[in-house]
Design a protein around this ligand. Sequence first.
Ligand code: SRM
Ligand code: SF4
Length: 572
Amino acid sequence: MTILIRIVAIMVSTVRDGTDGATTVSSVEVVKAASNHLRGDLAQELASESANVGEDSEQLLKFHGIYAQDNRDVRRERTQSGQGLEYVFMIRVVVPGGQLTSRQWLALDEVATTVADGSIRLTTRQAVQFHGVTKGNLRTLARRIDEVYLSSFGGCGDVVRNVVVCPALGLGDDVDFDRGLASALREAFRSSSSAHWEIFVAGDKVASREEVERPFYGETYLPRKFKIAVAHPHENCVDVFAQDVGLIPANDPRRGPGFTLVVGGGLGRSYAQPDTFAQLAQPMCFVERDRVRDVVAAIVEVYRDWGERGNRRRARLKYVIADGGLARFRDEVQRRLGYTLGPPLELPSEFTADDHLGWSPSPSGRWRLGLHVGAGRVRDDVVGAHLRRALAQIARLFDVTFAITAQQNLVIADVPHEGRTVVEAVLADCAVRPLEVLGAVERHALACPALPTCSQALAESERRLPDLVDAVEGEMGRRGVAGRPVQLRLTGCPNGCARPAVAEIGVVGRTKSTYDLYLGGSPRGDRLARLYLEKVKLDDVASVVGPLMERWGREGAAGETFGDFVTRSGVA
Ligand code: SRM
Ligand code: SF4
């Protein structure tokens, strides 16, 4: 990038905050402004011999759904031996509402073998990640998934991210709900730059593609990421209160079907910055169905203009609302819309969370099977099981829908009645563990990828989850509460990608060998867990929670969850 472009970028990227005062912008803002709608030097850098890309391109790649990483397992020895880092890339494919066809699944399965590390990783936002891709294979991957109408564009970066929808709702269980809402929102908030197509798919410029960015993104896009989820009217498997905007379907007697809109949630924190915190989204208004897109666009615009552009750690919508107040924010959204928003409806009193596992009939007369996927990692040869092979076989046999859940699991939907036994036989043949043998903690446990790929990881996560689950389940057996469901979520740092901040037991990486222990979130996702103990070794987590679980068994009310018990009894 030439010096002149950078200077111009610095000048144009001085933005104004809500108080009309000029702010200094971060270096990422400068890169965005000078990028010619997310192009920068990407084409040249991808064509170069080098195994990695420069810093500016790293930032731009994120908008294309690509993270530049290195294998941290070998970082030290390679650096010591002067070899340099082992550069690999992670690609996050956008899957609105988590739904894929059999054909799309087979394309992902193929890519996992041909250009990635052999695994398909289902994310906590119903997307798909590929790990261990080399720079030279990025275009191959983009082209292959484009053939089945998939893309990683917008999987990361300062844009509206993958829209999450409760799978039951997305698969059409509620007649009042538009099954296509996730895709419609994806389309509405997808960047209109043709940069991704040019650089990764077509390989050259296609004149007919749009060149003007959408008004709500402008030249410098959003201050940071923006997350939207749609809950089921009666259950919260998507963690709707952890989102920038959460939509809870509701029926207003006067205004008809629509959504209670909650706003300003987010779970990431930074140890280095005490003014960062996890925050639940608050109810802001009721929105009629046909106004959803416009209202969300107005919210995104206010965030674009008022959000922090200097300190990226405080650049999320939750801080705009926490600092300026919900009333001021709502007033501004209404002013831009030109009409008054209705007050939010009462949240449903029975708001539970379903994990969508096991067989269930669908209203269309077909069947669904929810499969547990440990930490979302679909691969072969995990303790003798071949889940990836089984899923590919099912995709070849049936025209089904694969619906990824926000718990990193997979629902195989639209299975014909007579196909049930075939699906079961395929799974058994590939030694996929049936639901009945899963432990109560294992069934609900989540873990983020952390080491060796995540550059932000302070500690292990996904790789240590099985040990932690075994230890907690063992402790529960000894404490007389075996088999009772408990939600355990483990992350390698406080960014909170597996949402430990709302878990009954949240274990959050603090140093290489210690974790902070949070207790008291709720399976309904409507309460933050509290810090219980700092710097615990992972091997000690089970023995720390053991005595509390024994008390839960002894003193807890009938049916009371662990998170509710520790909160009610004041333990956490
Ligand atoms: Fe996340 C960054 C993985 C859901 C909060 N997240 C990252 C990165 C990209 C690390 C990085 O910046 O270099 C991780 C990639 C690691 C790797 O090797 O794969 C990463 N996040 C994930 C996934 C794959 C975790 C998973 O186990 O599935 C999830 C992908 C979601 C998707 O498909 O889009 C994922 N991340 C979340 C969630 C949960 C959610 O959205 O429901 C959160 C908490 C909610 C929130 O946003 O507050 C989350 N991730 C973060 C943060 C903190 C953001 C903040 O503003 O506080 C970061 C750090 C950052 O953005 O700089 C981060
Ligand atoms: Fe990486 Fe931290 Fe997210 Fe885990 S929680 S994937 S360690 S950023």
